[in-house]
Design a protein around this ligand. Structure first.
Ligand code: URA
Length: 236
């Protein structure tokens, strides 16, 4: 597990108080486009993005029942301007597929809209609480536009960003149980990068169990085959 978010040792431009975001009236599409333009034009986000890289805003179906929330863009995401398109994204796409859905049927966003700066060309660091606090109104507004039935918080950072920081919180205790963000049921689970790096069969079964709970909550049909993934009853 990674260390708790902390202020990096090198200097980054200070993060001001979070923006106040008041969505305009209009259709979901109009409100989403307004918000997207606002985030892509956010001077603070722009200030923290490396030259040639992009601010990353959420993507997907504005009528989605399921809103996946990750941590922050990585190298692939800041290059392409889309969340979860790198290795972790490929696993997330696979998980969504196993649920019988496509990326275009769900919504995918991040707590943060830029890749947290590092003093090395490679690697990632988790966002600081300050950085997450700054970007949270942008995520909250995306949730307000989409009005999903369920939010899936991917990994400890997204969980802390959405439920508040709590150093005593443990993934093993919070996953597999319903929580709430702004009145919407929230399922915490492992981050796909964690599954890729440290995942054993138990972790894989647990993330899938969490997805089965999500599927049940939103009223998706669950086949016997889907129920059997990772249970030993099915090898696929
Ligand atoms: N990890 C995240 O949390 N978000 C991304 O968009 C990509 C990787």
């Amino acid at each position: 597990p990674r260390p708790a978010p902390s202020t990096p040792a090198f200097s980054i431009a200070p993060i001001p108080a979070p923006p106040v975001v008041t969505l305009p009236a209009g259709s979901k599409q109009e409100r989403w486009e307004w918000l997207r333009n606002r985030v892509l034009g956010c001077p603070i986000c722009a200030q923290h993005v490396k030259p040639g890289k992009q601010v990353v805003f959420g993507v997907g179906n504005l009528d989605a029942d399921i809103f996946f929330c990750g941590e922050a863009p990585g190298a692939d995401e800041e290059a392409q301007g889309e969340p979860f398109v790198g290795k972790a994204g490929q696993l997330l796409t696979k998980i969504i597929g196993a649920m019988g859905l496509s990326r275009g049927q769900v919504y995918i966003g991040n707590i943060m809209n830029w890749r947290p700066e590092l003093d090395s060309p490679t690697g990632n660091r988790p966002p600081t609480q300050e950085e997450m606090t700054f970007c949270l109104p942008y995520l909250r507004a995306q949730i307000e536009v989409v009005q999903p039935k369920v939010i899936v918080a991917l990994g400890n950072t997204a969980i802390s960003g959405l439920l508040g920081a709590d150093p005593t919180r443990r993934m093993g205790k919070v996953r597999g149980q319903w929580h709430e963000f702004a009145g919407t049921p929230l399922m915490p689970t492992y981050h796909p990068s964690y599954v890729l790096r440290y995942g054993n069969n138990k972790t894989k079964r647990e993330i899938w169990d969490d997805m089965l709970m999500v599927m049940e909550k939103v009223g998706l049909q669950i086949s016997e085959k889907q129920r059997g993934y990772f249970s030993g009853r099915s090898e696929s």
